[in-house]
Ligand binder design. Structure first.
Ligand code: SF4
Length: 422
């Protein structure tokens, strides 16, 4: 029977989190069977994008990773905390915002995978989408992989937990192809290729609503751990108020026999039962963008995290500049939407096409190139007032040249097509 520990964090500081992580691992039998002396142990936090605040529930807290690294060292392992942020996002900026730099100062390895040598990792026979994955040598060399997600909602997959978190171990081009070719089975392919041995959930501060970045923090004060990632995701999702059968990554992983999703067959041990801590998280789909006027957001299912985040970031930027009124009546499109699905009201002057996946629609609206584009350029396309926005963003590093290209004629736009990572 699969085992998941559920531990309360008695004190929300470095020491309190260390003790909770240690207890969570003790309950599942420790890590002696996973970590042998000399093993390279890759600890993979969720550092998807720059959070509004490190306590917003968007990224894994360094305290959890440090606790795991210390426990790995106790067993003679060589821990390395490694991650690559979402496509188009500078991981170092997220490391900085998450205050992981202090771990480096204390001698811990914190690695931005995007700066390390790449490689291809084969997916075993039985793959559904990918026969190989673009990744990094460090990931391939790791003897042990530990997924350390933060517990939060997600606009495409309902929740993002230990299995989806592993997307941080593939390169940007592969991340994008996941969204194009099959995210759900792709994540299960990833599981079969990397064979993570353990997950530890940072459920100290979670996130609901507009996850995975702009949701609302939910303090839960919990740590979960399991050697069965499917079971952990099933329990984590249940705590957030989801039936495991409604979380498709969990369903697909269980169907391929790589873990247990049936809560009747999973032992939960620790400080509480699921029922004692369960709380219905607000779904991403239930989020209302307060103060934003009516507009049509058309996110094709093939739109990957890069453009989804760009669009939401741009809306946040518009709000912060009190320019959200410009959205009224607009159609904002991202992903490879079929032209036939553009509604009759979508005219050239009121339609914003975000990212190169919309290039085939370029004649149908204002096309913002990039893969993904910087949200500043989306803001400018929405507002359509070049001078005003240029002044507002005049201090944004490196923004000016490219922004002019975005709003100029079609030939100029072509110049930046090389930024595509496909
Ligand atoms: S243009 Fe956007 S949706 Fe398309 S692959 Fe690039 S980031 Fe993803």
């Amino acid at each position: 029977m699969s085992l998941v520990s559920l531990v309360r964090v008695r004190q929300d500081d470095e020491q309190g989190i260390y003790e909770a992580v240690r207890r969570s691992l003790d309950i599942i039998g420790g890590i002696e069977d996973i970590v042998n002396p000399g093993n390279l142990v890759l600890i993979n936090p969720n550092l998807v994008a720059v959070p509004t605040d490190r306590f917003s529930g968007a990224i894994t807290r360094w305290e959890v990773c440090k606790a795991i690294a210390d426990l790995v060292k106790e067993k003679g392992g060589r821990p390395v905390i490694a991650e690559s942020s979402a496509a188009g996002v500078d991981t170092e900026k997220v490391i900085e915002a998450g205050e992981y730099a202090q771990l480096r100062e204390q001698g811990y390895d914190v690695v931005d995978l995007k700066t390390t040598p790449g490689t291809k990792i084969p997916v075993p026979d039985g793959y559904k989408v990918f026969s190989e994955l673009g990744s990094w040598e460090l990931v391939q060399k790791a003897d042990v992989i530990i997924s350390v997600p933060v517990m939060k909602t997600h606009d495409q997959t309902e929740v993002t937990l230990s299995m989806k978190n592993l997307k941080g171990l593939i390169d940007d081009a592969t991340k994008k192809s996941f969204h194009r070719d099959g995210l759900l089975e792709g994540v299960v392919d990833l599981m079969t290729a990397l064979k993570p041995s353990l997950t530890v959930f940072d459920a100290t501060i979670c996130q609901e609503g507009m996850g995975p970045i702009f949701g609302t923090p939910v303090p839960m004060g919990l740590i979960l751990a399991s050697k069965d990632l499917v079971a952990a995701d099933s329990v984590g999702g249940r705590i957030m108020g989801y039936d495991p059968r409604d979380v498709m990554i969990t369903v697909r992983a269980a169907a391929r026999g790589i873990g247990e999703m049936d809560l009747e067959k999973i032992k939960v041990r620790g400080d509480a039962t699921i029922a004692e801590v369960e709380r219905r998280f607000k779904r991403s789909s239930e989020t209302i963008l307060e103060g934003v006027p009516p507009f049509e957001l058309m996110l094709d299912k093939g739109a990957c995290t890069g453009c989804r985040n760009t669009v939401i970031s741009a809306i946040m930027d518009l709000k912060s500049q009190e320019l959200q009124g410009s959205l009224e009546g607009k159609y904002v499109v991202a992903g490879p939407l079929d032209e036939k699905l553009l509604p009759p009201g979508a005219e050239k002057e009121n339609t914003i096409l975000v990212g190169i996946c919309t290039k085939h629609l370029a004649g149908r609206g204002t096309y913002v190139q990039g893969c993904p584009p910087n949200n500043i350029f989306v803001v400018r396309a929405v507002v359509g007032e070049e001078q005003k926005i240029e002044r507002r963003y005049a201090t944004e590093e490196g923004s000016d040249d490219q922004s002019k290209e975005v709003l100029l004629d079609g030939k100029k736009r072509e110049k930046n097509e090389g930024s595509c990572c496909h």
